[in-house]
Each structure stands twice: as C-alpha cells, then as structure tokens.
Design a protein around this ligand. Structure first.
Ligand code: SF4
Length: 71
C-alpha cells in the first residue's frame, strides 16, 4: 500500500509549526524563521497543540526519486 492509498491529502494545506520536510504531507515552507510549513494532512487540526506530530509519515516515494536523481 502506498501513501496515496492510505490518507487523501486536503486540497488546501494549512499553516502549522513543522520542520519535517521529508513528511508525505509537507507541502512547503510558509515561514522559515517561525518554523511554519504547509501541511496537507486532513486531520492536522486535531493535533496542532502536540509538541511532536503523530501524523508524520516518511515520504518514501519522494526519497527514492531524490536518491535516483528523478526530481
Ligand atoms: S503531518 Fe505532521 S509532520 Fe507531516 S507535514 Fe503535517 S505537521 Fe508536519
């Protein structure tokens, strides 16, 4: 099962405190000084106050693309 089959991304990412750029739901940096990123996980609102994000999912496909020089 790949990432796309597990959890659909929200269409409009939300700004959250996150620096985990290798997460499948990480859509880009919103404010690097503040540590804000755009997150596309559909349930992130439920966990915005958590110190560490329980929704983190390593983006294996993107990592493999980078490793193979595809991106
Ligand atoms: S799911 Fe969590 S770790 Fe992944 S981008 Fe969103 S806030 Fe960051």
């Amino acid at each position: 099962m790949n990432n796309e089959q597990k959890t659909p991304k929200r269409r409009t990412p939300i700004a959250v405190a996150c620096r985990l750029a290798d997460c499948y739901f990480f859509e880009g940096v919103k404010d690097s000084e503040m540590g804000l990123a755009l997150c596309s996980h559909p349930e992130k609102e439920l966990y915005v106050s958590n110190h560490s994000c329980p929704l983190y999912r390593f983006d294996w496909q993107n990592a493999l693309k980078k490793r193979n020089g595809v991106t």
